[in-house]
Design a protein around this ligand. Structure first.
Ligand SMILES: [Zn+2]
Length: 123
């Protein structure tokens, strides 16, 4: 299993966001419903080194609706513990591999997920 650094954002004793880098953490926090920049002093930030399973996701794009010509990239991956198929929205700025929460956290809290971006995805 790859050994990686997991950047964690914690609020009220709970890890609310994880990321593979400081830069990714700041981007993800802006999309996190629990995060308000005005309340940043209620958050703490930690880094943990962990051995996490490396998974390969299926990359796919969901087209926007009639008035929306954007594509919405997603990754489908199988939880290594329970076989559940998880689907994760990918931010256009995300690049693989990414660290996400494991689906059931039975034997691992995190997974490292890589995917092959479709040729239609603008870079
Ligand atoms: Zn699971």
């Amino acid at each position: 299993m790859p050994r990686v650094e997991v950047f964690k954002a914690i609020k009220d004793g709970k890890c609310m966001q994880i990321a593979e880098s400081h830069e990714a953490m700041e981007r993800h926090l802006l999309n996190n419903w629990a995060y308000d920049p005005a309340e940043r002093d209620q958050w703490s930030f930690e880094m943990e080194t962990a051995d996490v399973p490396l998974l390969t996701a299926d990359y796919f794009v969901i087209p926007g609706g009639d008035d929306d010509d954007r594509d919405y990239p997603h990754a489908a991956w199988i939880c290594p513990d329970c076989g559940y198929q998880e689907t994760t929205d990918i931010d256009p700025d995300d690049s693989p591999p990414a660290i996400w929460f494991s689906h059931c956290k039975k034997t691992t809290d995190y997974v490292l997920v890589t995917w092959q971006q479709d040729a239609r995805q603008p870079t």
